[in-house]
Design a protein around this ligand. Sequence first.
Ligand SMILES: *[C@@H]1O[C@H](CO)[C@@H](O)[C@H](O)[C@H]1NC(C)=O
Ligand SMILES: *[C@@H]1O[C@H](CO)[C@@H](O)[C@H](O)[C@H]1NC(C)=O
Length: 493
Amino acid sequence: LAVPILSLLFHFSTHTWVSQVTHYKQYPPNTSKVYSYFECREKRPDPTKNRKVKYETTVFYGLQYITNKYLKGKVVTPEKIQEAKEVYREHFQDDVFNEKGWNYILEKYDGHLPIEIKAVPEGSVIPRGNVLFTVESTDPECYWLTNWVETILVQVWYPVTVATNSREQKKILAKYLLETSGNLDKLEYKLHDFGYRGVSSQETAGIGASAHLVNFKGTDTVAGIGVIKKYYGTKDPVPGFSVPAAEHSTITAWGKDHERDAFEHIVRQFPNVPVSIVSDSYDIYNACEKIWGEDLRSLIESRSADAPLVVRPDSGNPLDTVLKVLEILGKKFIPTENSKGYKVLPPYIRVIQGDGVDINTLQEIVEGMKQHRWSIENIAFGSGGALLQKLTRDLLNCSFKCSYVVTNGLGVNVFKDPVADPNKRSKKGRLSLHRTASGDFVTLEEGKGDLEEYGVDLLHTVFQNGKIVQTYTFDDVRDNAKITDSDLKELLH
Ligand SMILES: *[C@@H]1O[C@H](CO)[C@@H](O)[C@H](O)[C@H]1NC(C)=O
Ligand SMILES: *[C@@H]1O[C@H](CO)[C@@H](O)[C@H](O)[C@H]1NC(C)=O
């Protein structure tokens, strides 16, 4: 059974969703169209603050999941109308539910939603403050529907924010990898998704993990693979990969005196693929020096570059620990110097740091490694809560606002401009997104984009009257979001 729109009426925790139940009575009389848009509001530069992460651009991703899962097809049925009517009567202690409006959609459109959504292509990297999608009602009777679907559509903030934050981390990794090795080999495997257990639900895991995979290829949150296969599709059989990895239980189950036996057993189990072994159950430094560096040294030296041992510390200050682990390993497994003059451990041994990794500690660790002349080739990162859960809609100021209505047959540009916060001013009128000759993105307001001189509108109709009319594959998404040469130029500047 699909879980489309009217079932969502029962998400009472969402204040705006419930309040929208009564909005059809609040618009001006004779309103025949409501047009709204979504943006990640632009930050006015604050000269007093020097933030490390600016999030100047956002990756648009995830609308296709929402429209496919919740909005397409026959989503209105007599049973759902009845159910919603009864619950709302109790909830508001009044008959405020728009039963007539929903019956109209049921009869005239066989339960399909008469709205049109136009959006930038999925994966597009767009500067803050530009329109990302618009929604409008397509039947004068259903003007109220535009903002009825606001709550479900604004939830796109989550995949947008995960994909954006993950891409910012990819930029940091790209910069330091290039500076310390001269190439971008394995960049897509440098930040592994460890977030499955740290998210609020299976649905969050699926959406969030898929959003990280827009930028990277390593994940342990396999729920993301299902989302991508079902809602986007890839040419490869799977969009993300992983390697065998030990966890503390598979080490500690051997007993404190047998950590070495645990390590040896696990390494021997996986001779042909990389194997990650958590090495801090008791003493990470002893494990690196004595167990890996002495007891099991020849076993490790016999592994190939395609199947390295990956040593995983999992406690302590992330930067200090990584540096100390590299230093100890470097005394036992002698590093070479790469073309950029940075140290690289032999190809059969690597390190993964998966504890305490967020965009700020990531920056600190790669900077610290660079200062100590260690190439980023030596390391990969895992990130969990910070990658998928420690994010809110405020990070990118994701917002949905009405900008145009038709009342008594006349189009009116509308906006808000709260006196207490100029940042919250919204855009006016019908909107379109364009690229100038110099490559900058610009949002035109008040329907100006209709004029031919501005060139094509980058917003494309993706949903119309219950049908998905434009679909992006996950390969398209990745291609749109990739780090370009000009991104690199800017990063290295
Ligand atoms: C609404 O439209 C009807 C029919 O055109 C008109 O008679 C009425 O005055 C309009 N109401 C308002 C408040 O403009
Ligand atoms: C974005 O949200 C944060 C947190 O609510 C707020 O402090 C900031 O002023 C907002 N910025 C814009 C441009 O709305």
